[in-house]
Ligand binder design. Structure first.
Ligand SMILES: O=P(O)(O)OC[C@H]1O[C@H](O[C@H]2O[C@H](CO)[C@@H](O)[C@H](O)[C@H]2O)[C@H](O)[C@@H](O)[C@@H]1O
Length: 251
């Protein structure tokens, strides 16, 4: 599978976060976000009149934190949250997850290597530090699901998540493509995980381009080896789009 060509100015760029813009780390809070990442996103956002978004399993507030309040358009928690630039936050209504959290917390007490991550409208159970517990994690998440209305399980890299059934990255990209400044542009989606496959399928069905970061089976027609290779591609794209502006990103 080949690397993508450089995009034209009519494109809209959508990025997954962990494993795509940032190298994976042992735990969610030990990632290292490079200054170069924010700089390139800032340049490309300017060059595309704002048609650039992050579509992540993380909450919008965390993306804002890691990207130094660039106020990018962000779909958070797999589309449960949506914020276009500095507009208001839209959140899917979600029933209480407290009862489900009790079930998951009980397992984490028995196995301290497991990590429960509570997010607005979702819960993730991480087993990266204890991969042998994968089956047990899945079984407990299935049990917890019985205590949560309207939710579904989603598998990711060493994680099982419970999130609203209606929330998918494809639905988030679809909703954003209906908003200014994304409307009528050609969508490009960059992602590394199975959780990104729905968005790959959607953008390709819209005549756009899907780019898988890293190894693994995928519906995407293009591939880049890792986040470092993506950064080099982004720098080339920014240069092509004339985005090496005198106006520079500053924190
Ligand atoms: O959709 P993404 O932006 O890729 O977010 C997916 C999940 O990312 C985080 O977990 C993953 O990254 C961690 C840090 O590298 C890693 O330790 C973990 O094993 C991965 O599953 C985040 O914690 C989740 O909330 C996101 O849903």
């Amino acid at each position: 599978m080949k690397a993508p060509d450089l995009p034209g100015s009519e494109c809209a760029l959508f990025f997954d976060f962990d494993g795509t813009l940032v190298d994976l780390a042992p735990t969610p809070d030990t990632i290292a976000v490079l200054p170069r990442t924010a700089e390139l996103l800032f340049q490309l956002k300017l060059a595309l009149n704002g048609a650039l978004a992050i579509v992540s399993g993380r909450p919008v507030s965390e993306i804002d934190h890691y990207l130094h309040s660039l106020k990018l358009t962000v779909a958070g928690v797999h589309g449960t949250e949506l914020r276009v630039a500095d507009g208001p936050m839209r959140r899917m209504p979600v029933a209480s997850l407290d009862a489900a959290a009790v079930v998951i917390a009980r397992l984490c007490e028995q196995h301290p290597a497991l990590l429960m991550e509570r997010k607005p409208g979702a819960i993730a159970l991480h087993y990266r530090q204890a991969p042998a517990l994968e089956d047990m994690c899945l079984a407990v998440m299935e049990e917890a699901l019985l205590h949560a209305e309207g939710m579904a399980l989603l598998r990711g890299k060493f994680v099982v998540e419970m999130k609203p059934s209606r929330a998918t990255k494809a639905a988030a990209v679809h909703a954003l493509m209906d908003c200014k400044p994304f409307r009528l542009r050609r969508p490009w989606f960059f992602g590394d995980d199975v959780t990104d496959e729905s968005a790959f399928e959607l953008v390709q069905s819209m005549g756009g381009v899907a780019i898988k970061i890293g190894e693994g089976e995928t519906l995407a027609s293009h591939r880049l080896a890792n986040p470092a290779e993506l950064h080099d591609w982004l720098a080339a794209a920014a240069a092509q789009l004339g985005a090496q502006q005198p106006e520079r990103f500053s924190r």
